[in-house]
Write a protein that binds this ligand. Structure first.
Ligand code: ZN
Length: 297
């Protein structure tokens, strides 16, 4: 893990539709001073929205942040790219209520960050370290965490759709591996969910250009998948985006079984020290989870 904070060497720009609003927005990521963290800024409202768990107001279909009356939706892929590329401080400007979905992955963002280059800053990174093993449960999802010198994550997913099925992936964060193995993985939707999303006024900007559409054993996108396990890679991408809401770099081993934005928020509250106390797990082996999953190399 890098010791000193860093920001971008120069600004980078993006434009595209919002997945849910369908509106075209323009975004920029700009360098920021040490200990700024990640701060979003709605240029149309003149409002700052710091990326912290205290500003999360919605997690059911996307991560939505708010500060006062200013809301910003679908921040998770930008946060994932900043966390994955280990950018500690940045100002993210956008001229509308939702970040652009781009191609449904964080590849364009991560590439732009790598292309801009970085500015090493004089302040040390202030790590949040997992100390004792703990476990969280919510609605059939589970996250177990234990100490590690790295950010080391094992994600498992289990979907009835045959094209997805059971997948797992273990990933130890480095910017190089994030760019090549995680950033290209696109978001996905089950075809039967699309009508319900549209009826709810969501996914208006959704298309085969920015999401994988799955129906039972079929992937509807003409180009197919980017990886055979692209789905679990995207869940890893989302997990990193949510963990960025701690606001400081995290070190620990995380086993995430069927993770989603809601249990990830519980985890971030725990790591941020802002939740009710959760009892440490007495024995991982007695939990129904194989104990060897907790042995970190
Ligand atoms: Zn996502």
């Amino acid at each position: 893990m890098r010791i000193f904070q860093r920001t971008l060497a120069k600004e980078v720009r993006f434009s595209g539709v919002g997945l849910h609003s369908g509106a075209v927005v323009r975004a920029k990521i700009l360098p920021a001073a040490p200990d700024t963290g990640i701060v979003f800024h709605r240029t149309d409202l003149g409002a700052d929205i710091p990326a912290g768990v205290g500003n999360v107001v919605e997690t059911s279909y996307a991560t939505v942040l708010a500060s006062g009356a200013a809301r910003l939706s679908t921040v998770e892929h930008f946060l994932s790219a900043l966390c994955g590329m280990q950018v500690d401080n940045a100002l993210v400007e956008v001229d509308g209520p939702e970040m652009p979905i781009l191609d449904g992955s964080s590849l364009e963002i991560a590439r732009a960050l790598a292309g801009a280059g970085y500015l090493e800053q004089a302040s040390r990174r202030r790590f949040v370290d997992v100390d004792v093993p703990r476990k969280l449960h919510r609605d059939g999802s589970m996250v177990a965490l234990s100490a590690s010198a790295d950010l080391d994550i094992l994600v498992t997913i289990d979907f009835p759709a045959a094209a997805i099925g059971k997948q797992w992936l273990r990933f130890t964060l480095t910017p190089e591996k994030y760019l090549s193995e995680i950033a290209p993985a696109r978001t996905f939707v089950l075809r039967h969910q699309i009508e319900a999303l549209r009826t709810a006024g969501l996914a208006r900007g959704g298309s085969l250009e920015n999401a994988i559409v799955v129906e039972d054993g079929i992937v509807h996108n003409p180009g197919g998948l980017r990886f055979p396990d692209e789905f679990v890679r995207h869940k890893m991408l989302d997990f990193l985006g949510d963990i960025a809401l701690v606001g400081r770099p995290v070190r620990g081993f995380f086993l995430a079984v069927r993770p989603g934005h809601t249990i990830n928020r519980d985890l971030v509250e725990l790591l941020s020290g802002s939740s009710r106390p959760i009892a440490p797990a007495v024995s991982m082996a007695s939990s129904g989870t194989p104990a060897e999953l907790f042995v970190t190399a």
